[in-house]
Ligand binder design. Structure first.
Ligand SMILES: CC(C)(COP(=O)(O)OP(=O)(O)OC[C@H]1O[C@@H](n2cnc3c(N)ncnc32)[C@H](O)[C@@H]1OP(=O)(O)O)[C@@H](O)C(=O)NCCC(=O)NCCS
Length: 136
């Protein structure tokens, strides 16, 4: 297994993984999210590969103040083997390298299953409320 930045060639496999992992939403075209993150100077999508097969992803971005994580997903057949932890560690290293001193992520309120995972990795409840507004 190795972890590297995705390229445009991997977009189909990543989106398939995200759909299977329940991370996509109809109003948020994942291919646009992915391409934008790959094109950005302070963002990327890291992929874990077993030979040439994509088995995990994590999107990272530094906004000049904090580092953010999105689209963490591990192929169902590989879960429980430590890959989620390795991807989060790769995301932390990438953000550190780009100057971020803090890492944050959002968890959908319907995704309670993942709460224990993040807690186990040392991620605390930030005790904030997030507000959002569409700009398009
Ligand atoms: C969340 C996800 C990435 C975890 O990946 P994974 O490869 O199964 O996790 P790991 O095997 O690396 O687990 C790392 C550690 O967390 C622990 N852990 C995993 N899930 C846990 C849970 N729900 N509660 C408590 N601990 C948990 C593991 O036991 C392991 O502990 P250890 O390293 O001390 O032995 C995976 O379940 C997934 O793809 N879920 C669907 C997509 C998703 O919800 N993504 C998050 C969006 S916010």
């Amino acid at each position: 297994m190795h972890i590297r930045d995705l390229t445009s060639v991997n977009i189909g496999a990543a989106i398939s993984l995200w759909r299977r992992s329940g991370l996509t939403r109809p109003w948020n075209p994942p291919e646009i999210d992915l391409q934008r993150a790959l094109d950005g100077l302070t963002s990327t999508v890291l992929g874990a590969f077993n030979n040439d097969r994509l088995i995990g992803t994590v999107m990272v971005g530094y906004d000049g103040h904090r580092g953010w994580v999105y689209y963490l997903a591990v192929d169902e057949s590989q879960r429980g083997t430590g890959l989620g932890r390795q991807l989060m560690s790769a995301a932390e290293n990438w953000l550190r390298k780009h100057g971020a001193v803090k890492i944050q992520l959002m968890i959908r309120s319907t995704n309670e299953a993942v709460l224990g995972f993040y807690e186990h990795l040392g991620y605390e409840d930030a005790d904030v409320q997030v507000r959002s507004k569409r700009l398009t």
